[in-house]
Design a protein around this ligand. Structure first.
Ligand code: NAP
Length: 304
């Protein structure tokens, strides 16, 4: 059944990723039979976005008529949802259950496997802030897959339909794999938010800030991809401009003291990437202490 291109699919928990995948599958001609959510209204909205499928409540046992169950709920819901849905049919032989979480192994779907199904997981290394963005940015992306052979074959076929690339991951490597994504996506957005606030404080026009930050960060990313981390590093810590670091810390202390611990830790990591000598690291630490002392002194021209 895994090989049949017309195997029917039920999407369970259609949030950002579920709706995006649903629409991509639907556009590729995969029959989306059901779209199921806790609230029927949510399922109906998702069906409208995806373009097809019948909206069902999660309690509806007809869900078990689909050949492939694709669970795209939040991570913590995977276990209870799998346990409940697996109970909708005695024998799942020949059927497939997949989920899309990057940190949880496919074996969370064991309730299906225990009743004969093949289980697997596919995870896009991508950020999907809303379903429409997902339809755009999941095409041509990179996906980790793991699980039973038949389930993984379906995952690979779907990703191929999206012009993407798959690679196999060991189940016990999933937390560290997911951590790598966490470190460069929501954290970068958080740092960009800090920069945005500092630029506002500096009086840079609001209309300029986001496009300027976007261009800057994109270039940084391009340099990392082209040259690797060490050669992509620029800035005062790499140059050894210690007075600039001193000023940074003093300004942070005045305008964004909550950012200082992150600044210091990032600076330490940065010096390691740069391969800085112990002497350079010592001078960086001195610059930080001196910046903090400078901030503690009374200011004559503090901006309002
Ligand atoms: N968004 C991303 O950038 C991204 C990227 C890669 C992988 N993923 C993975 O994709 C999965 C979904 O993420 P998402 O960002 O699409 O999440 P989301 O937009 O928050 O959607 C999660 C869906 O799960 C449903 N849900 C939550 N708790 C449930 C429960 N107890 N029972 C049934 N349904 C429940 C929600 O239903 P209600 O509408 O009823 O609340 C919602 O439809 C996660 O495993 C995540 O790790 C996400």
């Amino acid at each position: 059944m895994g090989k049949r291109p017309n195997s029917t699919v039920a999407i369970v928990g259609p949030g950002r990723l579920g709706q995006a995948m649903g629409k991509l599958l639907w556009q590729a001609g995969v029959p989306i039979k059901f779209v199921a959510a806790r609230e029927l209204a949510r399922a109906r909205n998702a069906v409208r976005f995806i373009g097809g499928g019948k909206a069902l409540s999660l309690k509806d046992r007809r869900l078990a008529d689909a050949d492939i169950i694709l669970i795209t709920t939040s991570d913590t819901a995977l276990n209870p949802v799998a346990r409940e849905l697996a109970g909708y049919r005695e024998d799942w032989s020949g059927r497939i259950a997949l989920h899309t979480c990057g940190s949880v192994p496919a074996c969370v779907l064991d309730p299906f496997r225990n009743r004969g199904a093949s289980i697997g997981a596919l995870h896009p290394y991508q950020t999907i802030p809303n379903p429409s963005a997902g339809v755009r940015n999941l095409r041509g992306g990179f996906w980790a897959v793991e699980g039973d052979r038949r389930a993984v074959a379906v995952a690979r076929r779907w990703v191929k339909m999206f012009s993407g690339t798959t690679f196999e991951l060991q189940p016990d490597a999933k937390p560290i794999y997911h951590l790598s994504a966490f470190l460069v996506c929501p954290t970068v957005v958080t740092l960009m938010d800090c920069s945005e606030r500092l630029l506002q404080q500096a009086g840079v026009p609001r209309r300029v800030i986001r496009p300027m930050l976007g261009r800057f960060v994109s270039e940084t990313v391009n340099n990392f991809v082209e040259f690797g981390a060490r050669k992509a590093l620029t800035g005062p810590a790499v140059r050894g401009d210690w007075t600039t670091l001193e000023k940074h810390v003093a300004e942070l202390q005045r305008f964004a003291p909550e950012v200082i611990p992150a600044y210091i830790e990032l600076l330490n990591l940065m010096l390691r990437v740069a391969g800085a000598s112990p002497d350079r690291s010592k001078r960086a630490r001195r610059a930080i202490s001196s910046g903090l002392r400078a901030a503690a002194r009374p200011q004559r021209n503090t901006p309002k």
